[in-house]
Every structure is written in structure tokens, then in C-alpha cells.
Ligand binder design. Structure first.
Ligand code: ADP
Ligand code: MG
Ligand code: MG
Length: 308
């Protein structure tokens, strides 16, 4: 089980005299759980998500974000993974390193990239993650020994098996199979994958794409910011089904950021966190979201500030 832990996070806009936005966010998400992060507009939800990803627009002024990994989370890594590589300080890492450790945020790619199909884009993303992951977990002490061993072995035929790409990359055929499985899992039309990246995709299709990316990359923790916004009811149900599948079929922990309770009718959260003015001020189970629906954020404000 992986645990993403945000501790007393304070952050400001990264410029001279930039506005303080986060004032002590505390939040813990375990893989295999669905968490809803709710709050009124401007409370700092998206900023929290972007800082988890390593967005350069913000400067962290206090607090930590850590990711703890157990055996299961590093089962794909060839090396013995020492204790030092099981607890990561995410704020010290580049965005692509965070992704390689198993944090997913919807890709910040341009709306449309001419001539790149979804399939190619996803395969490249998966290969880039695998390569970065190998580097992060590499045992530095053994590098020299490995280089010697490679030299010795160079006399042997190391050509890759048919359908497999060289240097550990997932090949085209193998990837097609993976994609097919994931699209079945999410109940998506196969034709989808042949389309060019986001070209002419509806708002709903872009959201479904985001879930597909998470299904392909199999992150430990996926952060989905307002994935429910602007969806009609059918599309909302499709996307919700996909989010549940991420948790149920691959044990992903989901931090679902949403303004409205509506999506939570379909994706029942294990934990609900409520943000107000740059802090998480309330936590509870799924009932809290229902209470919020009935009483609104003013009720939260009253609870928090009038009992203080
Ligand atoms: P939410 O997602 O909860 O609606 P945000 O995290 O997007 O809220 O924003 C929180 C507050 O921080 C808002 O008042 C917003 O205007 C401000 N803010 C966020 N990002 C920036 C930025 N890059 N520059 C200036 N102000 C920002
Ligand atoms: Mg706090
Ligand atoms: Mg937002």
C-alpha cells in the first residue's frame, strides 16, 4: 500500500510578494481508497493538486509531501529496494519523477497535437514512466558491476523476442493488447484509441481520456481535478464507472477533487475532506458529503469558526 501524506502544507504564488494560498493543508490518501476533496471555489483545491504534481507557479513555504511505498508498490523493480527508497520527499523531486513513483495527475498536454494518436501518446507516456522509474530505483553501487557484466555478455545474441521492443520498452503489439484490456475495463469504444490526441474530443471524452491514462499508467495515487465538471448524466456515469474500476481493479488510491456532491452518488468516497480558505477544516465519511449537499459550505464555515 502506498501512502501520500501532506503535512502542514503552506504555499504562495511563486513571485515577489505572491499571495499566500495554502495555510496548513493536512491530507493523507492511501492506495485502494477513494477520497473526495471538496470546498468552495477559491479554497485552494486545484493549487493543492498542482503542488502535488510539482507545478512551478507555486512556492512551498512550509510543510511536507511524502510518499511511502511498500513491497507491493515496488514489486516491478528488479533491485532490492532499500528503506531509503521507500519513503520519498516529493517536494525534492521533479514532476516526472513524482509520476514515475506512482503519482498521477491528468496530463498537462496541449489541447491538440497534430498527427499523434492516443495510442502512441499513451505508449510513449508508459515507456517514459518505466525508464524514469528504473533510474529512480537503480542501485548506484552496482552500476559499475553492471557495466562490466554487460561487456562480458556482449558476445551473446541479445536480440529481442518478436513483438517486443528492445531496451525494456513496451512494444507496439504488446501495448495494443494492454490498451484493449484497459478499454474493456472502462467500457470504452476501441475506436477511441485510434483518434488523434484530443482532436475534436468533447469535454466528456477528454475526461474519459484522463481516466484511460490512469488505467494505463496504473498509478498508486491518482489526483483527478474536477473530472465531473460539465458532464451530462450518461458521461458522468461512464467516468464514475472508470474511477471505481481504477480502485477496484488496480488498487489505485483516488483523490477526487470536486465542487459538487453529484459525482459522489456514483463514486462513493471512503473519506471526505473539506477545504476552506487554504486549509482542510473538516473530515468525515461519505455522509459528510451528503450533509454538505443539504447545508452548504456556510454550514461548514459556521461549524469551524463559531466553535473556535
Ligand atoms: P479551487 O480549485 O479550490 O477553486 P484554486 O486552488 O484554484 O481554488 O485557487 C485558490 C486561490 O488562489 C484563488 O483565490 C485563486 O485566485 C488563487 N490562485 C491560484 N493560483 C494562482 C496563481 N497562479 N496566481 C495568483 N493567484 C492564484
Ligand atoms: Mg492544518
Ligand atoms: Mg479548482
Amino acid at each position: 500500500m502506498a501512502t501520500l501524506q501532506i503535512n502542514n502544507l503552506h504555499a504562495k504564488v511563486a513571485e515577489e510578494g505572491g499571495e499566500t494560498i495554502l495555510r496548513g493543508v493536512d491530507l493523507t490518501v492511501d492506495s485502494g481508497e477513494i477520497h473526495a476533496l471538496m470546498g468552495p471555489n477559491g479554497s485552494g483545491k486545484s493549487t493543492t493538486a498542482k503542488i502535488i504534481a510539482g507545478h512551478p507557479a507555486y512556492e512551498v513555504t512550509d510543510g511536507q509531501i511524502t510518499l511511502a511505498l511498500d513491497d507491493e508498490d515496488v514489486a516491478d523493480v528488479d533491485e532490492d529496494v532499500p528503506a531509503a527508497k521507500r519513503e520519498w520527499d516529493l517536494l525534492d523531486l521533479e514532476p516526472n519523477e513524482r509520476a514515475a513513483l506512482g503519482i498521477f495527475l491528468g496530463f498537462q498536454y496541449p489541447a491538440e497535437i497534430e498527427g499523434v494518436t492516443m495510442t502512441n501518446f499513451l505508449r510513449q507516456a508508459l515507456n517514459a514512466k518505466a525508464e524514469e522509474r528504473e533510474e529512480l530505483f537503480e542501485d548506484e553501487d552496482e552500476d559499475e558491476a553492471d557495466a562490466d557484466a554487460d561487456e562480458e555478455e556482449s558476445g551473446y545474441d541479445t536480440s529481442p523476442m518478436e513483438g517486443e521492443a528492445d531496451d525494456g520498452e513496451i512494444g507496439v503489439a504488446e501495448f495494443q493488447q494492454l490498451l484493449k484490456e484497459k478499454m474493456e475495463l472502462l467500457d470504452m469504444d476501441e475506436k477511441f484509441a485510434q483518434r488523434y490526441l484530443n482532436a475534436g474530443f468533447s469535454g466528456g471524452e477528454k475526461k474519459q481520456n484522463e481516466v484511460l491514462q490512469a488505467a494505463i499508467l496504473e498509478p498508486s495515487i491518482a489526483v483527478l481535478d474536477e473530472i465531473d465538471s460539465g458532464l451530462d448524466i450518461d458521461r458522468l456515469q461512464d467516468v464514475s464507472k472508470g474511477i471505481n474500476a481504477l480502485r477496484d481493479e488496480q488498487g489505485t488510491g483516488v483523490l477526487q477533487i470536486t465542487h459538487y456532491q453529484r459525482v459522489l452518488d456514483y463514486v462513493e468516497p471512503d473519506v471526505v475532506h473539506i477545504m476552506l480558505d487554504g486549509e482542510v477544516v473538516m473530515e468525515g465519511d461519505a455522509d459528510l458529503a451528503v450533509q454538505l449537499e443539504d447545508n452548504g459550505y456556510d454550514w461548514v464555515r459556521e461549524q469551524v469558526y463559531e466553535t473556535a
